[in-house]
Design a protein around this ligand. Structure first.
Ligand code: PLP
Ligand code: COI
Length: 346
């Protein structure tokens, strides 16, 4: 893409849709070792028809973003966390771990090769990076794959939900995304296949996305279909700070963005932070509710509907969501100092 095409591209209107970029990275695991891997222009993958990724869902993936800064540099946000989470997912489903060094080299090489497709600073868009680990090889019975394929591709993306900080409405689904001792805390494709219907049903009922409760008791908040959730509660004592609360649950994905949001809320905004089971009924006490994740960034929630009625949040977007969004995106985009070393220059 030339400078002229880049200047004319309508980056600000991008949604969260796949837009191919010229290069992807691929490495192969065979006989107990990873190939060095390298870039390829070929956008399709050829797999054995018996590949376990296709039959038994033996696959996992990641999602992270690269941002163009005001200084022209491109930065990844906490890619080491995605490397660690992909390794944890791989261990859970008996795929070979992608070593952190290979993961970071692949992600960096892919972003670097597709640099012209990183949306410009100020556009509000970002380059989404999707690492993918597949069980491959000839197989029929239920057993781990004899070989594996690691791939990383990129796509420029805009907002996942609505543009800007427009609030969304969540529907509490009666379905479960994950079983109590299942794979909910890992980023495996099967969790998402099972969630498609809940999201479709929420949308058919006029809501934006499904909100899951804990699968054991159906009493506590778990997470949304593609993001963690947090609430803002009034101060615990008069004159104290407001409290940011997020579910602790063995069945939700440990979000890199949520981890960052908790740190920013505590250290930069001076909020009290609580990570504990959060009963659905407590939404009635909340001042704000928000979704957070790589794709969702910070998305305020205006209303939570459930079989017995609905909770309306008094502030959507509220000052906490606005402040967190401002801090987080300024860091990610290289507009603010990064004292914690969260961003990695490509
Ligand atoms: N929860 C689910 C189910 C997700 O798919 C995602 C997205 O990756 C998240 C939470 C947010 O995680 P992260 O902030 O690491 O992107
Ligand atoms: C992400 O936020 O990176 C995700 O993977 C969510 C995905 C379902 C789009």
């Amino acid at each position: 893409m030339g400078e002229r095409d880049r200047a004319e591209r309508d980056w600000a209107s991008l949604g969260f849709r796949y837009q191919p970029t010229p290069w992807r990275f691929q490495a192969v695991w065979r006989d107990g070792a990873w190939s060095p891997g390298g870039l390829t222009a070929e956008p399709t993958i050829t797999l054995e028809e018996g590949a376990t990724a296709l039959h038994y869902g033996q696959q996992c993936f990641e999602g992270l973003k690269a941002f163009a800064g005001p200084d022209g540099a491109v930065r990844l946000f906490r890619p080491d966390r995605n490397a660690a989470r992909m390794a944890a997912s791989a261990r859970r489903i008996l795929l070979p771990e992608v070593p952190e060094a290979l993961f970071l080299r692949a992600v960096t090489a892919c972003v670097d090769a597709n640099r012209e497709h990183v949306p410009p600073h100020g556009s509000g868009a970002a380059l989404y990076v999707r690492p993918l680990l597949l069980g491959t090889g000839d197989n029929l019975g239920l057993r781990p794959a004899p070989t594996a394929l690691f791939r990383v591709f990129c796509s420029p993306v805009g907002p996942y939900f609505k543009a800007g900080l427009a609030p969304i409405r969540l529907w509490v689904t009666a379905r479960d995304r994950a079983a109590p001792n299942g794979t909910g805390a890992f980023k495996v494709g099967g969790n998402y296949a099972g969630g498609l219907l809940a999201s479709r049903e929420a949308k058919d009922l006029g809501w934006d996305e499904a909100l899951y409760l804990d699968p054991r008791e159906h009493r506590f908040l778990d997470e949304a279909g593609s993001a963690n959730v947090f609430g803002v509660l009034p101060p615990a004592r008069p004159g104290g700070p407001e409290r940011l609360v997020t579910p602790s649950s063995p069945t939700i994905l440990p979000s890199v963005t949520m981890d960052s949001v908790l740190t920013l809320a505590r250290e930069d905004l001076g909020l009290e932070v609580e990570r504990r089971p959060v009963p659905l009924t407590e939404v009635g006490d909340m001042l704000e509710l928000g979704c957070t994740g790589t794709a969702a960034v910070i998305t305020p929630v205006a209303e939570v509907g459930h079989a017995g009625g609905a909770f309306r949040l008094p502030r959507a977007p509220g000052p906490v969501a606005l402040a967190l969004h401002g801090r987080l995106t300024a860091l990610q985009r290289g507009e603010a100092p990064d004292p914690r070393g969260w961003t990695v220059r490509v």
